[in-house]
Write a protein of this length. Structure first.
Length: 468
């Protein structure tokens, strides 16, 4: 297995000038044609789905667990809860609704930039009961604002953008709180209502994606966040990509082959990180009686061979790919594999089409509290035959988090712009912990390459010659 570090910086995708684009345009979003009253109902239901999940995650533990910092990487759950309310108050109640502030004195306490995670437990935070009361008051006022706000004009309010942004913000924090539950020590408190579907498919190892341009990003998704915009044409060389994410069984081969102790497979930064932290397997794995075990939300269980590997850093994914004689896909390669329809030349909203995700398509919404076996969602495959691009595990790409050509920060630069650069790697596709409102074919996540507590895995890619 030859090292492939020499290809990591090869340019495989190139934005093309606007005047060269002759690809089919994006399809109009379904929200565009909804009557105002139906749009309000849809938006309110989306906000309430997020609140139901926040409630489940915070009421599953007692008050002592709510105020405790379960890891230095995370906030106390009670901080997340009140932060959710604070952002909703600032954007919906004050900015959109023009209402008087409810609790202006707590704005700084719940400002994520002013208060790093390490110091949040020492702040004079709202207690659990007070935080619950606060977010309830905010929600009632926000829903009243929604009822009274015109939804056809204004950058913040057109098609209920600000309300959709806040729903996505809450769902992103719900996934963060789910990661806190994974780090929490103690008896299990979260229980999935049903196991994920089984796989009945015998899939090929990889799919070849042909060379050519495709439309990346979006200019029509009404609730798209600024880093997803604008749509722009990108030329991508031909490449092969894994049909499914890398499984636990396949990753265990790398571990058992000594991959964590073989310098050949690691970048300089990755090897330093692995060595300093003495990392020998995915986070939450351990070896006992010749078998791999894992901890999942307080449950100790054998590692399932057929599920996507999860809780690996970018550096671990990169090293596995090198060991396997492959590489990680670029962000553009990932999106082309997910959205491009060779029959029409159009970029879809999702791999399966423009329809919003359902349980037939993907493992989302914390329904199963684990990745599903690979091949479990044939209804979610892309036109090229790539599976499970949405849900199950976030997928590391080789790309740094950068703005698209023509990027404009909106509605505030701190969402994306301050994170652009080489310090953050892009992840795509969402996880079992993500909600459908915060996952789509254009959605971009990012994190430090050392992160392992997030629900992240990966799939591999390789270069191919034309016609192969």
């Amino acid at each position: 297995m030859a090292s492939v570090h020499n290809v990591h910086n090869v340019r495989r995708d190139v934005p093309l000038p606007d005047d060269r684009s002759d690809l089919p345009p994006e399809a109009d979003h379904p929200l565009v044609d909804l009557p105002d009253e139906e749009l309000r109902v849809h938006t309110a239901e989306t906000l309430e789905r997020a609140r139901d999940r926040s409630t489940t995650l915070t009421e599953a533990v007692d008050d002592d667990d709510l105020v405790k910092q379960h890891s230095k990487l995370m906030s106390p759950l009670v901080w997340d809860l009140a932060h959710i309310g604070s952002q909703e108050e600032i954007w919906l109640v004050r900015d959109v609704g023009g209402r008087e502030p409810l609790r202006p004195e707590i704005d700084d306490l719940y400002d994520a930039f002013q208060q790093p995670r390490a110091i949040r437990p020492s702040l004079p935070l709202l207690g659990p009961a007070e935080a619950r009361d606060y977010v309830g008051q905010v929600r009632r006022k926000a829903l009243d604002v929604l009822e009274q706000t015109p939804l056809r004009d204004g950058d913040l309010t057109r098609l209920a953008f600000a309300f959709g942004m806040i729903a996505q913000h809450e769902q992103q924090h719900d996934e963060t709180m789910l990661a806190t539950h994974q780090l929490r020590r103690g008896d299990p408190v979260l229980h999935a209502p049903a196991p994920p579907p089984a796989s009945a498919l015998d899939l090929p190892e990889e799919v070849v994606v042909p060379a050519g341009p495709f439309l990346m990003g979006t200019s029509v998704e009404p609730w798209a966040l600024d880093n997803e915009c604008p749509a722009h044409e990108v030329y991508v060389d031909a490449f092969a990509v894994d049909t499914t994410p890398v499984t636990n069984a396949r990753y265990a081969e790398f571990v058992e082959d000594g991959g964590y102790h073989d310098r050949r497979w690691w970048s300089e930064e990755g090897w330093h990180y692995r060595s300093v932290h003495d990392i020998n397997a995915p986070r939450f794995w351990w070896r006992e009686d010749g078998h791999w075990w894992r901890t999942r939300f307080g449950v100790h269980e054998p590692v399932p061979d057929d599920e996507p590997v999860v809780h690996v850093s970018y550096y671990e994914a990169e090293a596995f790919a090198a060991w396997a004689g492959r590489r990680l896909p670029t962000e553009a390669e990932w999106e082309k594999a997910a959205r491009y329809d060779p029959a029409t030349g159009r970029s879809r909203r999702y791999p399966w089409g423009d329809e919003d995700p359902t349980p037939r398509h993907a493992n989302l919404g914390q329904r199963h509290l684990r990745p599903a076996p690979v091949g479990a969602y044939p209804g979610g495959a892309s036109p090229l035959g790539v599976h499970q691009l949405i849900g199950d595990v976030w997928e590391w790409t080789s790309s740094d988090f950068r703005p698209y050509p023509g990027f404009v920060a909106f509605p505030y630069r701190e969402y994306s712009e301050v994170f652009f650069g080489p310090d953050h790697k892009v992840l795509r596709g969402g996880s079992f912990g993500s909600d459908p409102v915060a996952v789509r074919g254009t959605f971009r996540n990012w994190d430090f390459p050392v992160r392992r507590q997030i629900f992240a895995g990966f799939r591999c890619a390789r270069d191919v010659t034309a016609g192969v």
